[in-house]
Design a protein around this ligand. Structure first.
Ligand code: PEP
Length: 250
């Protein structure tokens, strides 16, 4: 039985004080709620958010991490720096990292391996652009992102991996994949995982959907067999919008 996992990617939004305020409100609103919930603030807001959610079961994640221990990597953040703040979760391979900052499947793989070795849980984002979908390359693109992204990840480490399927054309655009389309793509990803590992790893894998998820569409998405959670951008930036997504079944 896969436990629903709802995550909010705050991207480069909110100052540390605004992030702390939102986290405080969210922690209060989720008191007693046992849903698996994560928020990913900007690096500079992480200390304030960790402090604000103390005592709650909200996971605080980073939106990225470097694949080296330490050293001359100007502008980068290491796993040990995050761990020192109490962070043990990271989103990797977000389409904005892939398409704006040119992160390759190989670099993302290196980050995935390094994060896992250092005790992190990883949300690995995958997803096709509109061009890739319309040219019939959906399965090839996802296949590369999944296969290369997870290269070298041992079967025993797969319980620390969540996959977020985020069609690029649905992110921040107000366009959502239909629940049927998203479910069938999640099924394809699950089949890839069964091929790379085995049926039980595939069966246990949490696959989140991301791309303009909101209070109105979350219920239909989450009703689908292969959709186990959501990675939410815009609608995670206020308690009013995010809470109904977390509580999609209430
Ligand atoms: C995201 O950034 O991962 C995302 C899905 O954004 P939005 O919900 O705003 O489309």
């Amino acid at each position: 039985m896969r436990k629903p996992y709802i995550a909010g990617n705050w991207k480069m939004n909110l100052t540390p004080s605004e992030a702390a305020k939102l986290a405080t409100e969210l922690a209060a609103a989720l008191k007693g709620n046992d849903r698996k919930v994560m928020v990913a603030p900007s690096f500079v807001s992480i200390p304030a958010v960790v402090n604000a959610v103390k005592g709650s079961n909200i996971i605080v994640a980073a939106q990225n991490v470097n694949d080296h221990k330490s050293g001359a990597f100007t502008g980068e953040v290491s796993t040990s720096q995050l761990a020192d703040l109490g962070v043990k979760d990271v989103i990797l391979g977000h389409s904005e990292r892939r398409h704006i900052y040119g992160e390759s499947n190989e670099l993302i793989n290196s980050k995935v391996l390094f994060a896992l070795e250092n005790g992190f849980d990883v949300v690995l984002c995958v997803g096709e652009t509109l061009d890739e979908r319309e040219s019939g390359n959906l399965e090839k693109v996802l296949g590369d992102q999944v296969t290369i992204g997870l290269k070298g990840v041992a079967k025993e480490q797969m319980s620390h991996i969540t996959i977020a399927y985020e069609p690029v054309w649905a992110i921040g655009t107000g366009k959502t994949a239909t629940p049927e389309d998203a479910d069938s793509t999640h099924k394809v990803i699950r089949k890839m995982i069964a091929g790379l590992y085995d049926e039980s790893v595939a069966e246990d894998l949490i696959i989140q959907y991301g791309g303009s998820v909101n209070a109105s569409n979350v219920k239909a998405l989450m009703a689908k067999e292969n959709i186990d959670g959501a990675l939410v951008g815009g609608a995670s930036l206020s308690v009013e919008k995010f809470l109904p997504i977390v509580n999609f079944d209430k």
